[in-house]
Design a protein around this ligand. Structure first.
Ligand code: AMP
Length: 361
């Protein structure tokens, strides 16, 4: 595996797989450091193309385009976890890739992911691999109901999962997720959902942001509030767990780790090997945002301070919500971020805003 031994100087180029809003915000955060970004994405209307120094419009399987991309950049990163493993492996033989292929593969499969987290002694929901109706029946026998059946791979924003209650038939649940290889998870009765946004550099140094409390609507993140309304010792424990996971993965870059809080108990739900929607508040409430922190980490710059200087509520602008831009722009304590997407489909992430208030504690 190729690594970076000394800091990439200003003028260097970061290659980013994926051209959505996360790549766009990474590119914007790289600019003040004098770092250019080259986006590789298959969609012609990728929001990151609008702000990047260069882009390649090609399929992730196009090895000729990937080889040219690898030759044009100093390090490769990605903005989504479903990068085909073969694409990451192909690039990794030519150029440093961060986060590395191990972290990507771990996060791409929910069974591998939960097995890895549990092996660190970090609590996860009881789980079992499911390949067919028989193994689902067996798993239901041990894990019980209610429980949640999720596809092992390619699930996001609540897609590819279904709840199994006392009256749900195993066959119907398995059909609901398309009879794909799956994981059955015990249902966690949580009070709150929080996340940890952490960064680790090539030299092993780690910085962890404060813990946001996350609210979802129709399985899509709606708000992240910082600080979370949880006991400070639980928040500290969440940050410690985040640090342990990122170190154990040998990870380079920013990671998002979603957790449930039940009383004083934390349960890790999943990890996202990339900058995370629940970290968008850092853009305006911290000295260094998650996006700049990611660029610093993968380019082997010193990590910045993750300190928070404001209290903040981040709200996603989904679909037509983005029509509020003018009123939001007029509010003095609001910072608005729009992603340059032309079509406001229902539930589509069009932008977000951060409402800042003086830090209380
Ligand atoms: P995920 O795709 O794993 O992020 O799950 C989407 C949402 O489903 C989470 O944010 C939770 O609200 C809910 N959820 C997922 N897994 C569980 C679980 N094991 N117990 C209870 N709720 C869950």
């Amino acid at each position: 595996m190729r690594t970076i031994q000394t800091a990439l100087p200003p003028g260097s180029t970061v290659g980013i797989l994926g051209g959505g809003q996360l790549a766009r915000m990474l590119t914007l955060a790289a600019a003040p450091l004098g770092i250019k970004c080259h986006i590789f994405a298959p969609e012609a209307d990728s929001p990151a193309f609008q702000v990047s120094a260069a882009h390649t419009l090609a399929a992730y399987s196009d090895t000729e385009a990937l080889a040219a991309f690898a030759a044009a950049v100093d390090v490769v990163t990605y903005e989504f976890e479903n990068v085909p493993a073969a694409t990451a492996a192909f690039l990794a033989t030519r150029v440093p890739v961060a986060p590395g292929v191990f972290a990507l593969e771990t996060a791409q499969d929910r069974v591998t992911e939960k097995t890895f987290i549990a092996s660190l002694g970090v609590p996860v929901a009881p789980f079992a691999a499911v390949d067919d109706i028989e193994s689902l029946e067996t798993a239901l026998g041990t894990i019980g109901r209610p429980s949640i059946l999720k596809t092992r791979r390619f699930g996001y924003d609540g897609k590819g999962q279904t709840r199994i209650d006392s009256d749900t038939s195993a066959a119907a649940a398995f059909a609901e997720i398309g009879q794909s290889p799956a994981i059955l998870e015990g249902f966690v009765r949580f009070d709150k959902e929080v996340s940890v946004i952490a960064a680790r550099s090539w030299d092993g140094s780690i910085a962890v942001f404060d813990v946001p409390e996350n609210h979802h609507e129709h399985h899509i993140l709606k708000t992240s509030t910082v600080p979370a309304d949880i006991c400070p010792s639980v928040a500290e424990e969440a940050r410690t767990i985040g640090g342990r996971i990122i170190a154990a993965l040998g990870y380079v870059g920013v990671i998002g780790i979603e957790m449930f809080v039940s009383g004083e108990q934390l349960t890790v739900n999943e990890i996202a090997p990339r900058v995370h929607n629940s970290g968008h508040w850092t853009m305006d409430a911290c000295c260094v945002s998650q996006f700049e922190q990611h660029i610093r980490a993968i380019c082997r710059w010193p990590l910045g301070s993750a300190e928070r200087h404001c209290d903040v509520v981040m709200t996603n602008l989904l679909g037509d919500d983005a029509g509020r831009w003018q009123a939001l722009a007029a509010e003095p304590d609001v910072r608005i971020h729009l992603y340059g997407k032309s079509e406001a489909r229902r539930g589509r992430k069009m932008g977000h805003f951060n409402r800042l208030t003086p830090r209380q504690a």
